[in-house]
Write a protein that binds this ligand. Sequence first.
Ligand code: NAP
Length: 352
Amino acid sequence: MRIQPIFLIGYGGVGRALARQIIAARARHAQRCDLRLEIVGIADSRGARIERTGLSDDMLRNLDARKAATGSFDRYDAPAPPALDPFVADDVILVDSTASDVAVPALRRAAQSPQGGAVLANKLPLAGPLAWWDDITGGRARWETTCGSALPVISTLNTLLNSNDEILKIEGSLSGTLAFLSAQLEAGRPFGAAVREARERGYTEPDPRQDLGGRDAARKALILARMLGYRLGMDDVGIEPLYPASMDGLSVDEFLREADALDGPMAARAGELTRGGRKLRYAARIENGRCQVGLAGAEPDSKLGLIRATDSVVVFTTRHFSDNPVSVSGRGAGQEVTASGVLGDIVSLSAR
Ligand SMILES: NC(=O)c1ccc[n+]([C@@H]2O[C@H](COP(=O)([O-])OP(=O)(O)OC[C@H]3O[C@@H](n4cnc5c(N)ncnc54)[C@H](OP(=O)(O)O)[C@@H]3O)[C@@H](O)[C@H]2O)c1
């Protein structure tokens, strides 16, 4: 049986779910792929646990329980990234499930290693400078879960590109949080109340401006645009934020209180976009060398208009699929489902 060493950087919701899923999938991987995934290191923000021959399943279960209970490991064998780099061997598949760019040097190296590779759930390295993009995606790398969690968005786009189809346009709704808010606005709910409810339900970051600013949706759009060959950076993406920059200086509580002041303008914008029964979406649009995200009205019977309120969808209009475009839709967020997408990427990258 082939042994594939794995190094996990980031051991939060996605990283921990992934470690559990690797254990749960052992029989399937042995039977289908003659493969054993061996976790040789795990890093969180404080440091790393390392076992060059592989952390045993019992050790992994203990680390999971310990991290859940205390937020840290009982001991650390190496420093946190980027100081961790010398401890990461060339033959590992490095998995980035942090939400920072600390692992970028290690990811660039891993992707260029003929025996190793890089798998990313984290969008930041792929939405950074183009040199990062070129090194990571030009090497041995997978990043399926960066756009729509485990939905096969990236693999569908790769298949279309490999078949030499011409991609004319990509549209998508790629933020569950903004999809929820759009649905509320479309139903006539005041903006401020909808934002507070989304936060109470745990749909937003603790500071909802991180979602409302549109940058997360923009990063996903940028990744798709770069896959089409557009040489763009984040500054080139047109972003419609759902609050004015003048509210950036407020505390979270002040923002949540003062968001009611946006009820009138947001209701007017939603009313204008949903005229004639159109559905309100926070949509990405990639076409003719341009990439943008913002509120849009979608025809109710279109693939963008038909999805359930909090689902994600990406629609590819191509030369071969022009009157009835290819679409991928479904649940586009969640730590367990994202971990399953990362696991699929690891196995695909392990196949020699
Ligand atoms: N959740 C989803 O639905 C979803 C879907 C698609 C993609 N993603 C992406 O997946 C990534 C992880 O998401 P999550 O929900 O698992 O986040 P999370 O629970 O906040 O976990 C983040 C992890 O990164 C670690 N970290 C931060 N700085 C680090 C450093 N310098 N070195 C090593 N580790 C560091 C944190 O360490 P500590 O534990 O010490 O704090 C934590 O373990 C994010 O980039 C997210 O955008 C998530």
